[in-house]
Design a binder for this molecule. Sequence first.
Ligand code: UD1
Ligand code: UDP
Length: 353
Amino acid sequence: MRFLTVLGARPQFVKAAPLSSALRRRFAEVLVHTGQHYDHEMSGVFFEELGIPAPDHHLEVGSGPHGEQTGVMLARLEAVMQRERPDIVLVYGDTNSTLAGALAAAKLQIPVAHVEAGLRSFNRAMPEEINRVVTDHLSTWLFAPSAHAAQQLSAEGIGRGVHVVGDIMLDAVLQHAERARQVSPYPQAANVAAGEYYLCTVHRAENTDVAQRLRDILAALGRLDQPVVLPLHPRTRKRLAEFGLTPGPNVRVIEPVGYLDMLQLERSATAILTDSGGVQKEAYYLEVPCVTLREETEWVETVVVGWNVVTGTDPDAIAEAVERHRDVRPPHPSLYGHGDAAERIVRVFDATD
Ligand code: UD1
Ligand code: UDP
């Protein structure tokens, strides 16, 4: 069986690292990078650090409005898929690269496998929600991280092809946490001491593209009682400049970091404030309290067990949640499997081969 895997954005590199190496022990894989993310610290560094094979095709699509970006990807992916003639197209998560990969394959009648299926925010204003819903409905294999995600698929009439395998990002954390500890110069490299800072990431369109929400998040960070390390996504950097916003003096703005440095920054933080899906889960795996700067989350299980609080962007709500929540250490059940998602996915394909 021959796979064609479509990647393009930062979280997809992290997700692909464990599965690509497991897949290649049994099957052939052609790797296609759409070029959605292109800065070295948003893309290249992950290939280097995580040992992901160099892409066989780089589509160099770059940034643009949703329709245009997705459309260019679709056209270029179709050409590559026609040339490569894979048996299965594999896509991850919920970015425009995910949607383009799934749609190009479906139109060519190549079956699609979706890793991280069944996640929903029920907020159609989020571009990711549209990408997920469409991708799930185009997929033949749907690898869900939790029973809850599988139930959601079932509620939408998708029963066949659903496999609860756990979260592939837990595989990545388990594979790399020890090396991160050994090689990363963080948190000291950000001039903070372990256990004496907060870590924050912000990049969601709903937070970055609305000046008031971004202003509120910065106001909340400025009120915290410890330094805040903020590895800044390029989208957010642009918007801060555009809106003329400057983080307060306790905020240490740094470039986006590689995965190993990120794990180390997460692990040693007092608490994490984020609007990232991946970072919410990593906070849970590393047993660090998390405050989610959104109105809802797809990773509801982390909230139910008490490790994650969803606050939106109101400064008072954020400050209060950090204060109340940073010392909590509730029970820590396995919400998203045991870090063997890659092996479980390969077993599903083995049984089909
Ligand atoms: C994308 C995904 C989002 C995911 C995030 C991970 C979509 C719709 N969104 O959001 O789901 O959580 O990636 O990080 O697919 N830019 C650079 N350099 C880069 C990449 C981006 O400067 O290497 C800047 C460009 O100005 C670009 C902007 O960031 O316009 C946004 O990039 P884009 O890939 O469109 O969306 P993200 O916000 O990164
Ligand atoms: N990440 C990283 N460096 C950073 C910020 C995030 O390595 O500066 C990693 C993070 O640890 C996680 C993934 O990128 O594995 C999450 O990606 P992101 O937050 O961009 O997207 P999302 O998960 O929200 O789609």
